[in-house]
Design a protein around this ligand. Structure first.
Ligand code: NDP
Length: 293
């Protein structure tokens, strides 16, 4: 038996089409397009690529992309002042500060400065708290994308055993909260977990968000499990080239799992699509309109 491939790229493309189709309705009511402000501090090449692709996707969805760049030497006060002006700007519905920030800046303080109503990344403690207590807020894009893929594949997740490997604030913890809200029995594993393979073997759903290339092996999986691989790891490939792999050994897992996301083309494309979705929702909420489903 070969696992079905969960095509995150196709799902993300259809989500982006649905968002683009909903934008003109907002524009007709609000008299303006939803706006997403992205702030990049410094010259990190990977961050610059992410910011460019977020801007392009925002414009393709018919929304306004507002990009701000500060030098790596900028003082934290300058960044906080910029965030404050974006908080006040009526045309800005979502604010995203591209991480990581230069080492002299306090990431937690910067995230705390973003208005929770515009925190489309869902990183603000108010939004993390809302997720934990089941109130509507903003959920981090990557785990929300994972839950969309899982529900599309499995339908009702109620009662399923889910194991999330990784407990970061941006992926592992919100992922566990989302699975709990779907009535899964959730285990969060991390670097101190004993007998990780044994823990993973119980799972109907495995979400790997570790950052270790191909760590999860085929014989760790329960046959038929649904595997969501969040990891993005660059490793040496053939002829001196590099290639991307996930946290799951895909070739091994494919022979055991019921369904699996590939890397690339699985979770990755969902992140930007969900960012656009969160921005559209923020725009509706701020204007007092019912948010689209
Ligand atoms: P972090 O480094 O913040 O967290 C990694 C987690 O993995 C930690 O909780 C850590 O445990 C745990 N861990 C580390 N080693 C082991 C181990 N040997 N066994 C079990 N658990 C372990 O990473 P992120 O959550 O930010 O990202 C995880 C991966 O997802 C990365 O590859 C990243 O590139 C990718 N990613 C992909 C995105 C996408 O769009 N597809 C978006 C965001 C991230 P502990 O807490 O004990 O240290």
């Amino acid at each position: 038996m070969r696992a079905d491939i969960i095509d995150g790229k196709a799902f993300a493309a259809s989500l982006r089409r649905r968002i683009a189709a909903a934008v003109p309705g907002f524009v007709a009511k609000a008299g303006r397009a939803p706006g997403l402000a992205v702030v990049l501090v410094g010259e990190d090449p990977a961050s610059a690529v992410y910011v460019r692709s977020k801007g392009k996707a925002t414009r393709e969805a018919g929304m306004e992309s507002i990009e701000h760049r500060l030098p790596a030497t900028a003082r934290q006060e300058e960044l906080l002042d910029l965030i404050e002006s974006l908080n006040r700007d009526e045309h800005v519905d979502g604010i995203l500060v591209q991480l990581p920030l230069p080492p002299h800046m306090d990431e937690a303080a910067v995230i705390a400065a973003i208005s929770p109503a515009k925190d489309v990344d869902g990183f603000h403690v108010v939004n993390a708290g809302r997720l934990a207590v089941g109130q509507p807020g903003f959920v981090p894009c990557t785990p929300l994308g994972c839950i969309m893929l899982l529900k599309d594949r499995l339908g009702d997740l109620s009662g399923l055993e889910a194991v999330v490997i990784g407990r970061s604030n941006i992926v592992g913890k919100p992922m566990a909260q989302l699975l709990l809200a779907e009535n899964c029995t959730v285990t969060i594993a991390h670097s101190r977990t004993r007998d990780l393979a044994g823990v993973v073997r119980r799972a109907d759903i495995v979400v790997a968000a570790v950052g270790r290339p191909e760590m999860v092996k085929g014989d760790w999986l329960k046959p038929g499990a649904t595997v969501i691989d969040v990891g993005i790891n660059r490793v040496a490939g053939e002829a001196g080239k590099s290639r991307l792999v996930g946290d799951v050994d895909f070739a091994e897992a494919e022979a055991v799992a019921g369904a699996i996301t590939p890397v690339p083309g699985g979770v990755g494309p969902m992140t930007i699509a969900v960012l656009l979705r969160n921005t559209l929702v923020a725009a509706h909420r701020r204007s007092g309109f019912a948010a689209p489903a």
